[in-house]
Design a protein around this ligand. Structure first.
Ligand SMILES: [Zn+2]
Length: 331
């Protein structure tokens, strides 16, 4: 018998038009409010604890069950999401990467997003990237620029070929040491020199996370440094998981029945084995779909993006079909 669960994934949620970065791919706060109206009309918002019980056959979820998940630990979530969830008496689940909260570092993924939001011309960024690749071609044995562009520039669900190229070459296309320094350089050039200050504005701190917990929200793991966990060695995977668990323990998250949300959706069998060993109850991917808890491995649950659901009370029921409309933020 089906036991369907829609899991919605959110990233930035903010009063975008009035913000300093109106070109950021974020969900406008008003649209979040409208989407909550829609969700509460057509779905029943469930708690993470109910979902864990359902995957074990200890409980059944209501019809049209939906779980709300918020990735990356943004202060946006504390300021623009948390109050609405409290007002409506529903739970959200939040997944902060440990290093963003504890070390005042801006994640590479965020540096890339804000660089893109601050530069009106992707071609200019591509020219900068190519210049750095030219300078390091021999040292790292890099392929030609045109060849790299062809390999990484596929048009995606939400981005132009140019923007996809920039994201993918910076996220995983270049050798790690070169990639980190190039991202830093672009971030300093186009966004800010003060990373610590920017991080303090961008992410929640541990006091805010404790406040979420105290109010009945759920907090889960998003790793330590927000890496593609499927690309790491066994030791590196273990370090990511253990550092994140330690961080959550410090905030007061129970160490049993914890939940992993894979950065960029990246996981592999070695990671799943490690998570089982550590007592992880659920894993959230970025595979697009509605989960059938009777059939799906609890460590590999699919999600819908906020853009797959309407933003207003009166919209027709979407039946969980991705609509490909609107704006999105990857990872
Ligand atoms: Zn993330």
């Amino acid at each position: 018998m089906a036991n369907n669960l829609t899991i919605v994934m959110y990233h930035y949620v903010r009063p975008l038009k009035e913000s300093r970065y109106p070109d950021l791919k974020a969900l406008e706060s008003e649209n979040f409010r409208g989407q909550l109206d829609y969700i509460q009309r057509h779905y029943t918002v469930v708690n993470m604890q109910d979902v864990i019980a359902a995957t074990r056959g200890e409980a059944r979820l209501p019809e049209q069950a939906i779980l709300l998940t918020f990735d990356d630990g943004y202060r946006d979530h504390y300021e623009h999401v948390f109050p609405l969830l409290v007002e409506r008496g529903v739970q959200g689940s939040f997944f902060p990467p440990a290093c963003a909260v504890r070390e005042g570092r801006v994640l590479d993924v965020n540096k890339i997003h804000f660089t893109l939001a601050s530069s009106t011309n992707p071609q200019r960024l591509i020219a900068e990237i190519f210049a750095v690749m030219d300078a390091h071609r021999n040292e790292y044995g890099l392929p030609g620029n045109a060849e790299c562009f062809d390999a990484f520039s596929r048009e995606s669900r939400y981005d132009s070929a140019d923007v996809t190229f920039i994201k993918r070459i910076l996220q995983k296309g270049l050798p790690a040491p070169m990639r980190g320094s190039l991202i830093d350089r672009l971030f300093r050039q186009f966004v800010t020199n003060d990373e610590r200050d920017f991080a303090a504005e961008l992410y929640m701190d541990d006091t805010q996370l404790r406040e979420l917990l105290d109010a009945g929200m759920f907090i889960g793991s998003h790793g330590d440094q927000h890496l593609w966990l499927n690309t790491l060695s066994a030791d590196e995977q273990r370090s990511e998981v253990e550092t994140s668990l330690e961080f959550m323990g410090d905030i007061g998250v129970p160490q049993h029945d914890w939940v992993m949300c894979y950065p960029y959706g990246g996981y592999n069998n070695a990671l799943l084995a490690l998570l089982r060993e550590k007592g992880c109850a659920l894993g959230l991917t970025v595979d697009v779909g509605v989960a059938d808890l009777a059939l799906t491995d609890p460590l590999c649950l699919p999600r819908l993006d906020t853009n797959d659901l309407p933003n207003s009370l009166d919209a027709c029921l979407a039946h969980g079909e991705p609509t490909n409309e609107g704006r999105h933020l990857e990872a």
